[in-house]
Design a protein around this ligand. Sequence first.
Ligand code: ADP
Ligand code: MG
Length: 237
Amino acid sequence: MGITVRNVSKRFGEFVALDEVSLEIPNGSLTALLGPSGSGKSTLLRVIAGLEEPDAGEVVISGEDKTRTPPQRRGVGFVFQHYAAFKHMTVWENVAFGLEIRKRPKEQIRKRVGELLELVQLAGFAHRYPAQLSGGQRQRMALARALAIEPEVLLLDEPFGALDATVRKELRSWLRRLHEEMPVTTVLVTHDQEEAMEVANEIVVMNHARVEQVGTPEEIYESPASEFVMSFVGPVT
Ligand code: ADP
Ligand code: MG
């Protein structure tokens, strides 16, 4: 059932960050929110996560109106560019944290964390501390942590933005594979058209607080709906 955003508006003082945004994000899709800096991508993601309350409109997740639901009860996992890991906890403890506070049975936690560390290829790093990981490993840990609670929706805000180009490229293809293995509905915020084209199966192009176009990478590339989309995602000439 995915995510439905209906007529969502958000202002910060006089500034309109989201202007009646409506959107359908299909269940199990890997959708990129693509647009220039300041277009409202992070605000939209934060509204979906429940970290920001919209002035108007609704957010429906898996068929349930979650507009007034606090973030921890929305079934969402999120990862940001500058991920705040618990520095005094090992990789294992960081990934287990969300399950511990939900008082899941010990055996279930052990099994789930083990599987997730395998999935993000950090099984050999369970007892390290975040400071002993590379930037790419740390973001993979962040993803494992976000996935631990079995979220219905995974929200990623420029998760690879702080990493160097080579690592970023590796993580893109890795994210695609991860999504194929575990097809959780995922929304990836990025200002990088190449990243959106490479990773996503659906792209939402944003500009000035509005959605300009929604389509597959091919549709966006081959039939841009506006001059803005053409110049932002079109072929570099
Ligand atoms: P993007 O992620 O596309 O770069 P954002 O959603 O972060 O854009 O922000 C859009 C605009 O909204 C920003 O340029 C900023 O001016 C404004 N904005 C975002 N968050 C706040 C806030 N908490 N307070 C005031 N203004 C904000
Ligand atoms: Mg942003």
